[in-house]
Design a protein around this ligand. Sequence first.
Ligand code: FES
Length: 152
Amino acid sequence: GVSEMRLKVNGTVRTIQAEPRVSLLDALREQLDLTGSKKGCDHGQCGACTVLVDGRSVNSCLTLAVMVQGKEITTVEGLAKGEELHPLQQAFIEHDGFQCGYCTPGQLMSGVACLKGGHAKTDADIREWMSGNLCRCGAYPNIVAAIRQVEK
Ligand code: FES
């Protein structure tokens, strides 16, 4: 049956009514109107749904909302501070890190985790870290360049 869950998203605790099996991705998109996180495959294959949970990147399509109650969830909507873009968002603009943009929220969240975790020391490290985030447009070199710029 449906039960109450409390999710802390982008610094605000929000209450939803949902079935225990609801994924974090569906909770974000359908209950909290946070549609920045994208549903590409819904099976952990594409990375479009990537969010941060306590600073670590996860595929929100594979994460049960009920399991992340009490944790800090950050979505792409939480990256900018008011009008000020996150440095990685700015770098994506400067380096053309997107074309169609569908994968971009997930790329950004994985990129933030890459930088925070110290995995952006070399292009090879960045490519390895980002390998779970697919981009159909093939913007990979530009995404790597954007992450590298912020690492400097
Ligand atoms: Fe979650 Fe593709 S939608 S990995």
